[in-house]
Design a protein around this ligand. Structure first.
Ligand code: ACO
Length: 368
């Protein structure tokens, strides 16, 4: 039986910072209100040329570097996103091409802010079943492109960014230990982006009515979130055969400090056990858990052998958690030359496009 170890991690956020004071010049709000109700002080906003795929590529390359793994050795790429590049093709396919994961299957997963939990569980299960050896799981968002910047109820909350994990098979026990996944579609309307899909295709009316922007019933989502965070954490721990006392760290979805505090009360744990960085990034949806993990690792809060719970909730409604024993990169003899592999991947991508054009010309002339 193989275990699915987390062997690489990386994050990417845009450079542009939007502070609460900046927002107070755009809508009727103020720094004090936003800080006291959410805990957010500033967030990152994607600039021109940046998108969910570019941030995902950056985070992935960093994760591969930590894992010391060639992109060509990846079997599966999952991008979790509620702000993908397009409805199709999948953002995961674009990332697969850009990083040179030439032997990987790639698909997107949509489960709002819980997406990274679900995606990691899917990748871990594929590894544990023996079907694959190496997976890349990415949470990537540019929700700033779907926010109504005149709606103070939502525009203060969200930020852009991406985070990635590399998961690898290994015989040593550890890695992802257990996971729980939940959904309740009866609450789908509490947090949604109504238009642009098959029910409400883009039209003049959908644009006029602002239906391409995030719509949220904040109070109901808040109540739901405070109910499920502690519950999902306990379920995942029980499934792993762990007690709450065994937990070294909890990495929760970064939506609102008050929601995390409610989870801490529900679990009877001090806030020091929780990673909180939403003051600097806001709610980056499905990217928030891997981004918080990378920062926790870099500040020395995560060490090999630590038992960690990752827990999230979001639109759908969806919620879930997974537990993991932190291991770090697998031992390897040779250092992968990432720059060289990336260069080859980019050349390959251009060549494939050229070949397709030539093929089209030949087919047009002699084909049929
Ligand atoms: N600045 C100033 N005042 C504001 C603002 C603002 N930005 N936004 C709302 N208000 C006003 C409201 O109009 C209201 O005024 P009223 O009493 O005169 O009507 C008052 O402040 C209180 O508003 P509430 O909505 O009751 O504020 P609340 O304490 O519930 O906080 C918040 C709102 C922060 C949105 C909270 O409900 C929340 O965090 N909910 C969860 C949202 C969430 O996590 N969403 C993401 C889920 S994850 C995913 O899938 C993407």
């Amino acid at each position: 039986m193989a275990y699915a170890h987390i062997t690489g991690w990386g994050m990417a956020v845009p450079e542009k910072i939007l502070t609460n004071d900046d927002l107070s010049k755009m809508v009727d709000t103020n720094d004090e209100w936003i800080r006291s109700r959410t805990g957010i002080a500033e967030r990152r906003i994607a600039g021109e040329g940046e998108s969910s795929a570019t941030l995902a590529v950056e985070a992935s390359l960093r994760a591969l570097e930590v894992a010391n793994l060639k992109a060509a050795d990846i079997d599966l790429v999952i991008v979790s996103s509620s702000s993908p590049e397009h409805i199709f093709p999948a953002t995961a396919s674009l990332v697969q091409d850009q990083i040179g994961a030439i032997n990987a299957g790639a698909f997107d997963l949509s489960a709002a802010c819980t997406g990274f939990i679900f995606a990691t569980n899917m990748a871990a299960q594929s590894i544990r079943s023996g079907a694959i050896k190496n997976a890349l799981v990415i949470g990537a968002e540019t929700l700033s492109r779907f926010v109504d910047w005149t709606d103070r109820n939502t525009c203060i909350l969200f930020g852009d960014g991406a985070g990635a994990f590399v998961l690898q098979a290994n015989d040593e026990p550890g890695g992802v230990l257990s996971a729980v996944m939940h959904s309740d579609g009866s609450g789908g309307d509490l947090l949604s982006l109504p238009a642009g899909g098959s029910k409400l295709p883009t039209s003049e009316a959908t644009i006029r009515n602002g239906l391409h922007f995030i719509q949220m019933d904040g109070k109901s989502v808040f109540r739901f979130a405070t109910r499920v965070m502690a519950r999902a954490t306990k379920e995942a721990l029980e499934k792993a055969g762990l007690e709450i006392e065994d937990v070294d760290l909890i990495v929760p979805h970064q939506a609102n400090t008050r929601i995390i505090e409610a989870a801490a009360r529900g679990l009877k744990l001090p806030m020091e056990k929780f990673v909180v960085n939403l003051d600097r990034y806001g709610n980056t949806s499905t990217a928030s858990i891997p981004i918080a993990t990378v920062e926790a690792f870099e500040s020395g809060r995560i060490n090999p052998g630590d038992k960690i719970v990752f827990v999230g909730f979001g639109g759908g409604l969806t919620w879930g958690a997974f537990t993991a024993e932190w291991s770090g990169p697998l031992p390897s003899e040779r250092k992968v030359l990432h720059g060289w592999h990336l260069f080859l991947a980019r050349i390959r991508s251009v060549l494939l496009r050229i070949v397709r054009v030539i093929e089209g010309l030949i087919w047009g002339r002699f084909g049929r």
